[in-house]
Design a protein around this ligand. Sequence first.
Ligand code: DOR
Ligand code: ZN
Length: 337
Amino acid sequence: MKIVLKSPLDMHLHLRDGDMLESIARCSSRYFAGAIVMPNLVMPVTSIDEVISYKKRVLKAIGDDKFEPYMTLFFKSDYRYNFLKEAKEYIKAIKLYPSGITTNSEGGVSSFEIDDLRETLEAMSELNIPLLVHGETNGFVMDREKEFSSFYEKIALTFPKLKIVMEHITDKNSVELLNRHDNLYATITLHHLLITLDDVAGGLLRPHLFCKPIAKRYEDREALQKVALNGHPKVMFGSDSAPHPRDKKESCGCAAGIFSAPVALSALCELFEKNDKLENLQKFISDNAIKIYGIKPIKKEIVLEKKEFLVPQKYGNVVPMFAGEKLSWSSYESTSS
Ligand code: DOR
Ligand code: ZN
């Protein structure tokens, strides 16, 4: 059995830089036609020159693969209209991180007062630049995303023309928010569709499943699955694939992030098949994102074949999700694509 996915897109991806970029970029560019590339490098991407030079390094790392990196800027509250007008040509979105909430986010936002953010958000709204948000407070870890929802509602109402993407949503409250505001959208990761906190910490601690936001309850996973499997038009796939070297994961003070890029399509296919929803995978993996972002991705066909895929133990020095396990679908680029 085979299915063909047209121009799969990963709408939330960490490609890193330097040696890590070189060693993992093709794990995405082989299987996807494009991806929204996160700006949280050690020195976050905050200028047009940095966007241009980072994009060059990404393109070099992917070699001949047909893949478009959609670049982003790291949100700062002092971006001005004229700067953003010029930047718009080079970026697809701007990513807002609360300060210190996750990897390399120290330079993020510390005041969530609308007046402190107004100028940048107003300009983004006028220029039609989507705002991507890591939506967590620094409250109790299981409630962080829920606590953040009042901010989502506030910006959605204050800037009704601004497209706001709630990145990697993890709880049922965020799913409900989607339907409450026209200008709220969401990405969902593979891991939040598959795991709960039990998988991370219910038995022996599994550092390779530790990520931010942390996986939540069974009812949360169910709500996420429901919208993804049904191809909800405001929901897109965003892997949040976030590689860290093995020694940074298997250590005291484990870095947050799950490396899922090389297994994402196979595992998604398995999930959609198991739920008898394969017909909606194309929407989740590409069509919805094309409409939401108004993009025209590179034409690329990826074949998913019902054939065992033994997931490697490591890619370079990064341990992938499902390392050493067997998945039931293999993926490769169609020769006719
Ligand atoms: O688990 C995560 N890892 N969540 C994020 O938001 C960032 C990411 C990373 O960059 O490692
Ligand atoms: Zn991320």
